[in-house]
Design a protein around this ligand. Structure first.
Ligand SMILES: [Fe+2]
Length: 270
């Protein structure tokens, strides 16, 4: 278990880590972690006319690597926050989180459930959206192989978010650090008395459902929404920005992120 001091230090340096990791991805060092060294596409470099990696494919992989860094960083932050709250419970951290709120860890965990449901939902669309622009079959294989894991992650977090505070009265928690702001979690599953309706509206459904809101002319089928490929990468940057993930980041960081997304969105199959 980390000491409270090191957790605080980690939280403080988080933004710098994020930027360093992002710049690594932007410097085209990716590939080694995603593909085996024997990969023909990555071992030779250059364009795809001779079995080498095309500029567009490299841009797509670079953007996806950056998105994964952002995702893992967010996950790490939630873990550290909940760890810090746990340490507060034992008294080591009383000056920062005082008095200890027994619902604080729950609130952090519930928030992570909703937040990651949102992130993974985007990932579930992002991989098929960008796969449509990939040229090299081996790169396509990589993208198609990672994509479904996003759907699995989404299912898990949908289940967690749907069950947040289930069966309990509303729970309001005060954030002890950020201006005493509050968050309230309500029981999302409220029985209507109609079993069929209750089953359809259960908050923790994890199986794909028909999507009449996409297009009512569709037959009853389960699909991933949406898979539009135009500006898919920039859509992720906009969503993450609107989500507040990049508050406090430098102009250099934002420029790099926009460049990565622009390059990925300019990739063409031919
Ligand atoms: Fe994911």
């Amino acid at each position: 278990m980390k000491k409270s001091g090191s957790i605080l230090k980690n939280l403080a340096s988080r933004r710098r880590f994020l930027q360093n990791g992002m710049i690594s991805a932007g410097a085209a060092t990716i590939g080694t972690g995603l593909l085996p060294r024997s990969s023909s596409a990555f071992a030779q470099g250059g364009d795809d006319s001779s079995g080498k990696l095309s500029r567009g494919d490299a841009s797509i992989l670079r953007f996806l690597a950056a998105a994964e860094i952002l995702e893992s960083d967010l996950s790490e932050q939630y873990w550290e926050l909940s760890s810090a709250a746990g340490i507060a419970h034992r008294g080591d951290f009383a000056s920062k989180i005082n008095p200890y709120n027994p619902d604080l860890i729950k609130a952090i965990t519930f928030t992570a459930g909703f937040h990651f449901g949102f992130i993974e939902q985007g990932g579930t669309s992002l991989y098929p959206a960008l796969a449509q622009r990939v040229r090299d079959p081996e790169v396509l294989r990589v993208v198609l192989s990672i994509g479904p894991s996003e759907a699995l992650h989404f299912q898990v977090w949908h289940d967690k978010a749907g069950n947040a505070n289930a069966g309990n009265p509303p729970m309001t928690v005060v954030d002890p650090i950020n201006n005493n702001s509050t968050v309230t979690f309500v029981n999302l599953t409220v029985p209507t008395g109609n079993d069929a309706v209750d089953e359809l509206l259960a908050a923790n459904l994890i199986m794909p459902e028909p999507c009449p809101f996409l297009n009512r002319s569709f037959p009853v089928c389960s699909i991933v929404r949406p898979t539009e490929t135009t500006a898919a990468a920039m859509g992720v940057v906009k969503a993450f920005t609107a989500d507040g993930l990049f508050i406090g980041q430098s102009g250099e960081f934002m420029q790099l992120l926009h460049d990565l997304a622009t390059d990925a969105d300019q990739a063409r199959r031919e």
